[in-house]
Write a protein that binds this ligand. Structure first.
Ligand SMILES: Cc1cc2nc3c(=O)[nH]c(=O)nc-3n(C[C@H](O)[C@H](O)[C@H](O)COP(=O)(O)OP(=O)(O)OC[C@H]3O[C@@H](n4cnc5c(N)ncnc54)[C@H](O)[C@@H]3O)c2cc1C
Length: 400
C-alpha cells in the first residue's frame, strides 16, 4: 500500500539533513526525517574540528557539545621541520559530534519535523520512496512524497537509486582517540604531511582537553599501499611527536570522505545535500559547515517549489553561488598539494617558514574558504605557484 505524503521526506539525520528539516518545518512544510540508526549522532565519523563560523551557521547555543577551543596549528613536514600559525583568539571549536548532531535534530523536531528512527530508505524511483526497518527487511512502507532530500551521507542510497552522478573521489579515514599524556599546547592542532604518513591527504592530532587527543588521518586509496588504519598505527608508533604517547586507547573511528562535487545534484522531485552531494571541502575534508549551508539553501528552494514558484534546479544554481567556486578551487588545490612528493613538501614548508608568509597565513587563513589564503600567499610570493596548481593560472590575471 502506498501512502501519499503532502510534504518533504529528508533521508538522513546528520547535520545536513537536520538543518534542511529545521528550515522546512519553520516554513510550515510537512517534514518527515527518516534515519536508519536507532539514535542520532552515532557512530561518529569525524575529527570534530569546526570553524567559529560553523557554530554560527548551526544557530545552536554554545554549550557542552564544545569540548575545546583552538587558536593555532603546527604543521609538520615529512622531514620533521615545522611551522606554527596562530591568532590570539579562538579560530576553531573542537566539538563532540554526537552531541552536536543530537542538538541539531532536536532543533528540527522542535520546529515541527517528524523524526522516524530505525527506518532505512531502500529505494526511491522519483515517485515512490520505499523504507524498511534496517535489521530485517520484513517491515516495509511505501510513501509518495512531494520531494525527497537525500541527506544520507557518503553512501547515499537516494543518489544511487535515481542514478545521479557520484562525487569525484572518496578518501578513506581512520582515527584513534587516546588519553594520558599532558599535551604541550592544548589550544593548537597538529598537522602531519607526507606521502609515507598519509598518501594523498594528511594526518592530524586534535586535542579535546589537556590530556586527550584525536589522532587521525585520511588517505587517497588510489595512492596508498595499505589501509588507512595501518598508516595510522605506523604514524603513532614512529613519529617523534607522537610516540611518547603511552596512553590509553579510548575509541577507534573510521569513515570515508567524498570530495569533488558531481555535475548534478537534483532531479524532478529530488535534491542531494551534504556528503551525499560531495559538498565537502577538498583541502581539509570538512563537511559540517558546507552541509548546513547547502541544507538551508535546499529548504529555501523546496519552499518556493511547493508554492509553484520555481523548479528544484534552482537549488543547484543557488548553492553553487555560495560555495561552488570555493569547492572547485579547493579540489584543484587538493589535486596539486596532495600529490607533492615528500621532498617537495619539505621545500614548501621551508619556503613558508618566513615571517612575511607566516603573517600572510595568519591574516588570511580561513578554514572554510582556503582559496583566500592561497591567493594571498601567491600575491606575497608568486614563485610558489608551482605548489598551488592550475587554478591559479585562471585567477592570476585578475588577482595578482
Ligand atoms: C575521519 C573523518 C574525519 C572528519 N572530520 C571532520 C571535521 O573535523 N570537521 C568537519 O567539518 N567534517 C569532518 N568530517 C566530515 C563530516 O563528518 C561529514 O562531512 C558530515 O558528517 C556530513 O554530514 P551529512 O549530514 O551530510 O552526512 P552524515 O553526517 O553522514 O549523516 C548521514 C545520515 O544519514 C543516515 N543514513 C544513511 N543512509 C540512510 C538510509 N538509506 N536511510 C536512512 N538514513 C540513512 C546515516 O545513518 C546518517 O545519520 C570528517 C569525516 C571523516 C570520515
Amino acid at each position: 500500500m502506498e501512502h501519499e505524503f503532502d510534504g518533504a521526506v529528508v533521508v538522513g539525520a546528520g547535520p545536513s539533513g537536520a538543518k534542511t528539516a529545521e528550515k522546512l518545518s519553520e516554513n510550515n512544510i510537512k517534514t518527515l526525517v527518516i534515519e536508519e540508526d536507532n539514535s542520532v549522532g552515532n557512530p561518529v565519523q569525524c575529527a570534530g574540528i569546526v570553524s567559529t563560523r560553523t557554530i554560527e551557521e548551526s544557530e545552536l547555543k554554545k554549550d557542552n557539545y564544545i569540548q575545546n577551543r583552538v587558536r593555532g596549528a603546527k604543521i609538520h613536514s615529512p622531514n620533521g621541520e615545522s611551522i606554527e600559525i596562530s591568532r590570539p583568539e579562538t579560530q576553531a571549536y573542537i566539538i563532540d559530534r554526537s552531541q552536536f548532531d543530537r542538538k541539531l535534530i532536536e532543533s528540527a523536531v522542535q520546529s515541527g519535523a517528524n523524526l522516524k528512527l530505525g527506518w532505512r530508505a531502500v529505494n526511491w524511483n522519483g515517485k515512490t520512496l520505499e523504507i524498511s526497518t534496517p535489521k530485517n527487511n520484513t517491515k516495509t512502507k511505501k510513501i509518495k512524497p512531494k520531494v525527497v532530500v537525500g541527506a544520507d551521507g557518503v553512501k547515499s542510497t537516494i543518489r544511487r537509486s535515481i542514478n545521479l552522478p557520484r562525487p569525484q573521489k572518496y578518501l578513506s579515514g581512520a582515527q584513534l582517540t587516546i588519553t594520558g599524556t599532558e599535551i604541550e599546547k592544548p589550544d593548537f592542532v597538529e598537522i602531519f604531511l607526507g606521502q609515507k604518513t598519509a598518501p594523498g591527504f594528511f594526518a592530524w592530532s586534535i586535542p579535546t582537553d589537556r590530556k586527550t587527543t584525536r589522532i587521525g588521518l585520511c588517505i587517497d586509496p588510489e595512492m596508498a599501499k595499505k589501509p588507512a588504519t595501518e598508516y595510522l598505527k605506523n604514524l603513532i608508533k614512529n613519529h617523534p611527536k607522537l610516540k611518547k604517547h603511552k596512553d590509553k586507547e579510548l575509541e577507534w573511528n573510521y569513515g570515508a570522505i567524498p570530495i569533488g562535487y558531481p555535475s548534478k545534484l537534483y532531479d524532478k522531485k529530488t535534491l542531494l545535500v551534504g556528503d551525499a552531494a560531495g559538498q565537502v571541502k577538498p583541502t581539509t575534508g570538512g563537511g559540517v559547515y558546507t552541509g548546513m549551508v547547502c541544507g538551508k539553501t535546499a529548504a529555501k528552494t523546496i519552499n518556493r517549489y511547493l508554492d509553484g514558484e520555481t523548479q528544484l534546479k534552482e537549488y543547484d544554481t543557488n548553492w553553487r553561488k555560495k560555495l561552488g567556486r570555493e569547492l572547485k578551487i579547493g579540489m584543484s588545490l587538493h589535486k596539486t598539494l596532495c600529490s607533492l612528493s615528500d621532498k617537495e613538501l619539505d621545500k614548501l614548508i621551508k619556503k613558508l617558514d618566513n615571517p612575511k608568509l607566516i603573517k600572510t597565513i595568519e591574516n588570511y587563513g580561513d578554514m572554510d574558504y582556503p582559496s583566500k589564503v592561497a591567493i594571498e600567499i601567491l600575491k606575497t610570493k608568486p614563485s610558489l605557484i608551482k605548489y598551488f596548481g592550475v587554478f591559479t593560472t585562471k585567477l592570476l590575471g585578475d588577482l595578482l
